[in-house]
Unconditional design. Sequence first.
Length: 138
Amino acid sequence: MSASSEASNRPFSLAGLDHIVLRTPAAADLIAFYVGVLGATVERELPQFKLVQLRAGRSLIDIVEVDGLSAVSESRNVDHFCLRIEPWDEDALANYLRSHDLPVEESGIRYGAEGNGPSIYIKDPIGNVVELKGPPSD
């Protein structure tokens, strides 16, 4: 199948990067870098998840504190990244993903750069977690 015919079958288009989630044992250092050096701003904090969300223009950078270097070195420091898509038709999206042998790992309403909205998680061919996120619903 050619790229152009594949695109005509795709029930969505990419609208941009919604957010990325970084795992670190040094959250304060990362926050200081992204805020102090690069100019991001603190959008919200969720202490129960050891999570600080930083606003970076239209996108978010989520910083998650993990215990010890081994928590990062034994796995990846990027938890997942999120792509904003439109339109949002969960049934068409699930059917499309199934046609590519991609199971939906999770689905639900989650917070992103534009607010709460529908999202699903899939994995790319090398195991990276990719969140596909629809428009805000709040």
